[in-house]
Design a protein around this ligand. Structure first.
Ligand SMILES: C[S@@+](CC[C@H](N)C(=O)[O-])C[C@H]1O[C@@H](n2cnc3c(N)ncnc32)[C@H](O)[C@@H]1O
Length: 457
């Protein structure tokens, strides 16, 4: 094949379509360079067939290369919120003593989401406008599934959605109340008060959920002496940040990368009252890869070791053949099943189970029973067996965790779960598929494979 034909063939086989010419990306790129972002010049944005929008390298990247480097001022982090006086007025110009009444009552993620809704409403009046316009308009997490579709998806997925809903609803209510008791006559805050909605907050919550990166600023900023700051509202830590462009990189479980905070001047432990934009021009957030990437392939980072239940419910995507997937059972479910087989555990057995922490982490994965599930069943089967030392068996369970006698005890329960997942799959097969539902179906099929393999063993 000649050079030109080879080039043409490579182009034809490509699994992506460049998107650097789209208006919002052109604007994003020039906004980023204007504000001092330095990025590896091999990188550009593209839409990939399998993963959607992501980062492409046009030339070979080698392990150890920096992918990009952002001045702290170009990321939305805890200091950005603290320095935004108008936003802070929401809490300070208030008939309620917000810092006292709502002390440690919201997560930092919720506050970030509230701040994003505020920025979004301010549109062209803040420097973040172009960045916000480049964000996805919607997210493919099951949280957004219609209620009638939710009826037939797996319980594990439903339980995550319900926890997300609790957090979102309760923090939304707190922010609504804070806005109601705000007394500022600033027109921007007035406008925000009348337009703050659950739909906007949900979008912002999942923007933060799917795009934030870990960023520890505790060496640079003093986040301990915070009596009069809105950090008082936070019940967890503030170590997450939104990083434009860096948040365009998709996940691969095989990727390895590291981030660093590069501080060129002597900036340490700055008091939250002395923060200034200027100060942080000299602090940069850098990410470099520990992988090699071939020309015209996608550059990935790893968001952390994750099973598909987490990837689907928190990020809205699915990885095929994910060995980390498992089907979980609750202790109560197992006990109820044993009762149907006339197996009732004695008080001694229950105490042994509690003392050895065997009530939790009961699951089956592609390798079989989890360590705790194996241990629990050992207690069920051998606790009163004179010839067996259950404690010793549990400690050697990590090495020897296959015992058909144990698997047989719970086989009927596993079969019932398997059949119920299959029934749900049958029901959803009649519904028009969307990306979200497809992801849920993929996970349920993965559960079926895991349970079928267990029963066959
Ligand atoms: C940090 S953002 C990455 C950029 C994003 N694709 C975009 O267009 O803005 C994370 C989101 O990208 C998508 N994503 C990341 N890794 C993926 C993968 N391996 N396969 C499919 N989608 C992925 C998911 O929607 C996830 O919530």
């Amino acid at each position: 094949m000649g050079r030109t034909r080879r080039k043409r063939k490579i182009k034809k086989d490509r699994d992506f379509c460049a998107c650097d010419n789209q208006e919002e990306i052109v604007l994003l790129n020039s906004w980023l360079s204007k504000h001092g972002m330095r990025r590896n010049d091999k990188l550009s944005l593209a839409v990939f067939n399998d993963t959607g929008r992501g980062v492409l390298t046009k030339r070979k990247i080698q392990s150890g290369e920096e992918l990009m480097n952002l001045p702290l001022n170009l990321t939305i982090n805890v200091t950005t919120i603290l320095m935004d006086n108008l936003f802070c007025k929401i809490f300070f110009e208030n008939s309620k003593r917000c810092l006292v009444d709502y002390k440690q009552s919201i997560s930092f993620q919720s506050l970030m989401a509230f701040y994003l809704v505020f920025l979004k409403l301010r549109s062209g009046k803040t420097k973040w406008h172009i960045y916000l316009e480049s964000l996805p308009k919607e997210y493919s997490v099951p949280y957004f599934l219609p209620n009638d579709v939710k009826l037939n998806i797996d319980n594990d997925i439903l339980s995550v959605i319900s926890k997300q809903k609790d957090i979102i609803d309760s923090s939304f209510n707190i922010f609504e109340n804070i806005l109601l008791s705000n007394v500022s006559d600033d027109s921007a805050i007035q406008e925000f008060k009348s337009s703050f909605s659950l739909a906007a907050y949900e979008w912002a919550y999942f923007t933060v959920n799917t795009r934030c990166v870990f960023m520890d600023l505790s060496k640079v900023v003093d986040l301990k002496n915070i009596e009069h700051s809105i950090i008082n509202l936070i019940c967890d830590n503030t170590k997450i940040s939104l990083c434009p462009y860096l948040d365009m990189i998709n996940h691969s479980p095989n990727a390895r990368n590291e981030t660093k905070l590069l501080v060129s001047k002597n900036i340490t432990n700055v008091n939250v009252n002395n923060l200034s934009e200027q100060l942080f021009c000299d602090v940069h957030f850098s990410i470099y890869t520990k992988n090699d990437f071939d020309p015209y392939t996608q550059v990935f980072i790893c968001y952390g070791d994750s099973h598909n239940l987490k990837l689907i419910t928190e990020y809205g995507f699915f990885l095929p053949d994910n060995d980390l997937d498992y089907v979980s059972f609750t202790f109560e479910e197992v006990i109820a099943f044993l009762k149907t087989k006339s197996i009732k555990l004695s008080q001694d057995q229950i105490s042994f189970i509690n003392n050895h922490g065997l009530r939790k982490d009961l699951y089956i994965d592609c390798k079989g029973l989890s360590y705790n599930f194996y241990g629990l069943l050992l207690v069920v089967k051998y606790y009163y067996d004179q010839s067996t030392d259950v404690s010793r068996l549990i400690y050697s369970a990590a090495i020897c965790s296959h015992d058909n006698n144990l698997n047989d005890i719970i086989a009927p329960m596993v079969r019932t779960k398997l059949n119920s997942i299959k029934e749900s799959l049958d029901k959803v097969s009649n519904i028009n598929k969307c990306v979200i539902l497809n992801n849920c179906v993929e996970l349920m099929c993965q559960y079926v494979r895991i349970l079928e393999k267990f029963i066959k063993c």
